[in-house]
Design a protein around this ligand. Structure first.
Ligand SMILES: Cc1ncc(COP(=O)(O)O)c(C=O)c1O
Length: 505
């Protein structure tokens, strides 16, 4: 009989080497926690070419000890990694630092459940995911079935995806099937019927990408905005002009630039009064947090009337990458995008049937389940209220400095602002000059890497010259480690860079 060589067990996890592996895992946790808590964004900055030359290496011929690999990682890879949990990283807020969520991430890694099926692949994980989806639905204001009536994935009313982009893509698939049932099997024809309305200049690219990925073609119809919300008269006109050719209207509960929250109820009413069959989708990647607090909830009034809603906990709930969800008002609608396999998934609770684009489905929801349990409703409310407090402190600090111009009153934690060069007269502004200086400030910020703000282009809502494209800087008050000294520090730094740039040109 063929004998099996014992050699392989030296690299696999076995009870014989449990102690040594556990020791390395423990050290690894220390390294991870220290990284999260390091003050700096980067411990080292290098050019892409330098990093390429350090890290793009040949596959080693011989085994390397795990402890040695970890040591090498600590010295050659980790110092170059971005730490978004740093209070100097002020452009986004994907801190991924919630301790319970981090614990959930580790548990998901070790337990290796595959939520494509339930019975043998993820007996309990599937129901943790269902519980989490129901919590998200409840916060939004969607109704849930009583637990004993939950009989299959088609009455849960949502699915977990890898991010807002995937969730929006699934929403567009639902819109397509609602407009032209059977595209899933027959393919699309007459692409002109798949128009999607988005607000001009502030839509997220994921909707356009989704339409190209699902074969509809990029049938984006942009509608003018007022203060980063749909101009409702323009929306009405556009709906009439394109009657019968619009499959969906997308509204942002927090757009990706200023996080302005749409007037969701008014948009809903305008759309429904024109065409009952249009799929109304709310992208609440940012605005979902309003549902946590009684004070903020009115800002997303009407959201529960939308056919689908995207939420993105890895952006706003300090949950590590990646976890997002698409929630649908009528759970049965998910039947429209069901796929069938004769190999697997023929069971009531197999999420693989309603999750497009993937086979193996990781237990991404465990991080969120842990986080939501750890905070409870009160903790979630406290988290968003504290972030709003940080944001208000930043607004006040910007407004006190004459060289800064704020573009909007923030609905959430994003604040877009411009540095105003001393030679620019705000009553007759040289927009090119303002943009050039602000772009150079941002370039220098990124190059040095001590601080981080985001930058994008956006139509001027009327602070310098309405409709001109501006390139503001963006602060986000989402990181709970931000203190007043960081606010003073970044504004002082931007002002110093602005003065330096003005002097040099
Ligand atoms: C409004 C909005 N929608 C969707 C997305 C895409 O989300 P993800 O990066 O999780 O795919 C973003 C990302 O910034 C966003 O701001």
């Amino acid at each position: 009989m063929q004998t099996i060589s014992p050699g392989v067990s030296s690299t696999a996890l076995t009870s014989d080497n449990r102690e040594s592996h556990t020791e390395v895992f423990k050290q690894l946790i220390d390294v991870c926690v220290d990284f999260k808590l390091q003050d700096q964004i980067y411990r080292q900055r290098r050019s892409p070419e330098q990093i390429r030359d350090i890290l793009v290496r040949e596959l080693p011929e011989h085994p390397t000890d795990l402890a040695e690999i970890l040591d090498d990682f600590r010295h050659s890879v980790l110092p170059l990694c971005k730490n978004e949990n740093s209070p100097y990283f002020l452009g986004f807020g994907d801190t991924g630092d919630d301790p319970a969520a981090l614990a959930g991430g580790l548990l998901a890694l070790f337990t290796q459940q595959n939520l494509i099926n339930q019975s043998f692949d993820s007996p309990s994980a599937t129901f943790v995911e269902i519980a989490t989806l129901r919590w998200l639905r409840e916060l939004l204001g969607y109704t849930n079935l009583p637990v004993p009536d939950l009989t299959c994935v088609w009455n849960v009313g949502g699915l977990v995806t890898t991010g807002g982009t995937s969730s929006n893509t699934v929403a567009m698939m639902l819109a397509r099937e609602q407009r032209a049932p059977g595209c899933m099997v027959r393919g699309v024809s007459d692409p002109g019927q798949f128009g999607v309305i988005v607000p001009r200049g502030i839509g997220h690219y994921s909707v356009r990408s989704a339409l190209t990925w699902i074969g509809c073609g990029a049938q984006i119809i942009e509608v003018d905005t007022i203060d980063f919300r749909y101009d409702l008269q323009a929306l009405k006109r556009t709906l009439h002009e394109h009657k019968g050719r619009v499959m969906s209207v997308v509204a942002y509960a927090g757009d990706s630039r200023t996080q302005t929250i749409e007037n969701l109820r008014a948009v809903h009413d305008v759309v429904r009064s024109t065409d009952e069959s249009i799929w109304l989708h709310a992208d609440a990647c940012w605005g979902f947090v309003c549902t946590f607090s009684e004070a903020l909830r009115p800002r997303v009034d009407g959201i529960a009337e939308y056919d689908s809603v995207t939420v993105d906990p890895h952006k706003v709930m300090a949950v590590p990458y990646s976890v997002s969800a698409l929630l649908v008002k009528v759970p049965e609608h998910l039947r429209m995008i069901t796929s069938y396999s004769d190999l697997i998934m023929q069971e009531d609770f197999a999420f693989g049937q309603i999750t497009p684009f993937i086979g193996t489905k990781p237990w991404a929801s465990l991080k969120l389940w842990m986080m939501m349990r750890a905070h409870g409703r009160a903790g979630l409310a406290a988290m968003i209220e504290r972030r709003m407090e940080i944001t208000r402190a930043f607004v006040e600090a910007v407004d006190q400095r004459p060289r800064f111009l704020r573009l909007h009153d923030p609905d959430l934690t994003a604040v877009a602002f411009l540095y105003l060069p001393t030679d620019v007269d705000p009553t007759r502004p040289d927009i090119d000059r303002v943009n050039t200086v602000n772009k150079e400030i941002h370039r220098r910020l990124l190059e040095v890497g001590q601080w981080h703000l985001h930058q994008f282009s956006i139509p001027d809502p009327g602070v310098l010259r309405t409709g001109e494209i501006l390139h503001p800087l963006r602060f986000m008050g989402a990181n709970l480690r931000i203190e007043e000294r960081h606010i003073r520090g970044i504004l002082g730094h931007v002002q110093a860079l602005g003065a330096e740039i003005e002097e040099s040109c």
